[in-house]
Structures are given as structure tokens and as C-alpha cells.
Write a protein that binds this ligand. Sequence first.
Ligand code: AMP
Ligand code: ZN
Length: 473
Amino acid sequence: MKIYNTLTKRVEEFKTNVPGKVAMYTCGPTVYHFAHIGNLRSYICEDVLEKTLRYLGYDVKRVMNITDVGHLSSDGDTGEDKMLKGAKREHKTVMEIAKFYTDAFFADCKKLNIKIPDVVEPATNCISEFIHMIEVLLEKGYAYKAGENIYFDTSKLKDYYVFGKQSEDELMVGVRDDVTEDTNKKNKNDFVLWFTKSKFEDQALKWDSPWGVGYPGWHIECSCISMKHLGEYMDIHCGGVDNIFPHHTNEIAQSESYLGHKWCNYWFHVHHLNDAGGKISKSKGTILTVSVVEQEGFDPLVYRFFCLQSHYRKPLEFSFDALKNANTAYQKLKKRCLEIKAEAEKSADKTVNKEVFDEFDAKFKDAIGNDVNTSMATTLVYDVLKADISAVDKLALIESFDKVLSLDLTVEKEAAALKIDPELEKYVTEQIELRKAAKKEKNFAEADRIRAELLEKGVVLEDTREGVKWHLA
Ligand code: AMP
Ligand code: ZN
């Protein structure tokens, strides 16, 4: 297996700490809203990576956190907690928001054939582990108390910018025009490990700690949760490129200072999904979700196919036109695979020719094992379809490749095109108007009741800057 490592900026031979075993960690979603299809591009690519490792024979243990506290509006230490923002937006408690959007995230993963990691742990489960790590960092002199918060002291490290390259200015999050610098910090990039004081006194979730009642910073959770389940040595850590700085840089700083040795060998970063307006993000108007893709009549797996056609290390531009092209190609490919399946099932001799299987399988492993080259791996499916081999061999190969690609190439399903019942559409429109009126009269209980009633009918409302949008759950 060859893999690009953001730490060394090279494609390297993948060597694990323990032969045959992979300790893998994924930064999970911040569950204050639906995941957008950009987030899900990262999770699709990471899913393919995990399945590739398994396909190549590794015993993989994959851990993922759920960020339900501490991720502030900026990726640094400024702004309100995203979870609290979500709770205010929907007049719910933070934990209700966390539960709702965690479930929604896994529902999306299911539609996209993204496997659930072996361990999923919410940050709020691990407060005592965070406190312990912070205590050790204070003892070792890597952290300090200022203005009643605990900060990591980046000046204590020889090389804080482990991912290199960018200039200090480019990396600064605390010096944006709209952000006031935290004067407690000794160095500009020091980051909060534990808050007891912040601008936002109404932080909903707080815990007792040796430094007073407060809540953890965002980065500490990934260090602690990964060590809790994977131990002191990790093979590979994943996330989107926006996680490189400050999140992963800070994770490494605190983990290696705590452990006193190197922590993770390979860093796998997925490039962004963009649309015509730039990076797809949750703060920009309507969130492009899997449900929106479905409402437009696409099978969610068409989006997975679309993602697999490009390399994870290249930015990918999304448009519905591009998705339409992917749909045409996907449906054609699937039709051919289903025809082969029917032919293979009719065949009297069901024996798979091992030599033929191994030859194509080796090519597939070369492609997918070459820094997860999904488009080359998909091309192998076309090569198998064209090859002068039996339908039984073709089916065995395609089903085998699909363990990694997870495109349901040989699974028969009803045609995707989701039709929305006009009666339901009329009803939802009326209810949205009634809810708007209730909100105007500050009757939030009634507004919430309408939202809950629609949800029971499988209709999800989204309050956006352009007004209320809805989609099927
Ligand atoms: P969040 O829910 O904001 O914590 O992000 C979840 C994951 O999605 C992280 O690994 C991010 O790096 C990744 N991500 C965020 N925006 C995009 C995007 N536009 N394209 C691809 N990945 C993204
Ligand atoms: Zn993380």
C-alpha cells in the first residue's frame, strides 16, 4: 500500500506499528447541523481508505469522535460554541441537537454505504480523560493558566508547525479582522485546553475541573479519544484539508508533549468539495445535503460514484450538471453489471477461474493501493466487463471490487427518482406558513410543535437565510 503522507509531503510505503494491524482515527462531525455533501466527501474517501486496507488484508480498528462540545465558530478559540448556536437556532437543548444530528449523520452514511467506524465516541463522554491530559500537560510545563483558562504553550515546542510550508501569517486564525485577539495568550498560536471564562457566559454544557467549572477546547477531544481506544501509537489519522491547521497541528502538539514520543505516522487529508461559490460549508445559506440530492431525483450512491471518479487529493467541483453526467454513467455501468449477474446466475458452471480472478484482482489492488486511486480502480470494473472471460468470473470480480467501492453495482434497487406527493407538498407549505405566523407571535412552543409533527411525517425543516426549506428525512 502506498499512501501520501501530509507530514512528509510524499507518497510513502505504508508501514504499520504492529505488522498486519492498523490503528486508524477519523475526526468526526460537529453535530450542530446536517452534514453537507462536502463533509461527506471526506467521509466517503476515508471509508474507501478503510475498506482498501481491509481488502489488502490488514486488521483495521477505526475510531471516530462526535464533536458535541467545544468546536467554536472559528476553528480557533473564538466565537460561540457551534452546538450552542444550533440549540438556540432550534429552541432545543444542546443534547437534543447532538442526538438529532448524530442520527441524521449516520442515516446519511447508510445511504452512501459509508461503514460506521468500529468505535464512535462523543466528546462529552470523555471529560475526565481530557482533564487528566490537561493536568499532565500542566505538570510537564506545556500548559499555563491565564485569565482563568488553561492554554497550551506553543513556544515550548521546537517545531510546532509540523505540517510546515504555510507562513505564520497565513496560518493565523486569531488575527482575522472580525476576531478580537485573546490577550491571555503568551503566543499567538497558543490554544485553549480548558475554558472557565469565555465571552459566552451562557455555554450550556459545563463540568467541574481542578481549574473551576468550564468546558474543554475542541482539539483535546481527538487526542484523548484516539488514545483511549488505540493506545499511544497510531498508524493513520484522517480528516479534511481544513483540519490540517489548527486542529491537527494542535492535536500533534498536545499528544506528543503528553506522551513524550511520536504519536501518529501517517496523516491522510481529503481535499474540499467546492461549488461555483467556493468551498461548500454549513454557514452558506442552504446546506447541500444528501436529502437535497435525493429530492433532485438522484440515488445517493450517484454522489458516491461522482466522488470516486476524482482523486481525494484534488479539489472537486460540484454542480447538479456534473452529477447528472455521473448519474448517466453510473446507471449505464450498473445496468451492465446487472446483466452480467443475470447471465452468471443462468450459467450451469458456477466455478470461478482462480487464475483469471487473481490477475484482475492484483490489478485492482495495485490501483486502489496506489494512494487510493479510486478512478483507476473504477476503470478496472469497465475492463472486467469488456474482458473475454466468463460471466461467472466477471460477477465474482465485480462483487469483490465492490467491497471497496461500495456502489451496489450488483444490487437491484427500485429506480431512484423520488417523487414527492403533491398532497404532502401542499400540506407542508401550509404548515410552514402557520409556523412562520406562530414565530412572529413569539409562540415558539407552537412553532416547535409544527416542526415536530412534520418530522414525524418524515419532513425535515431547515431555517436558512433565504427562508424555510424542507426535505424528506
Ligand atoms: P465538521 O462537521 O465541520 O467538524 O467537519 C467534518 C469533516 O468534513 C472534517 O473532516 C472536515 O475537514 C470536512 N470538511 C468540511 N468541509 C468540507 C468540504 N467542503 N469538502 C470536503 N470535506 C470537508
Ligand atoms: Zn479531530
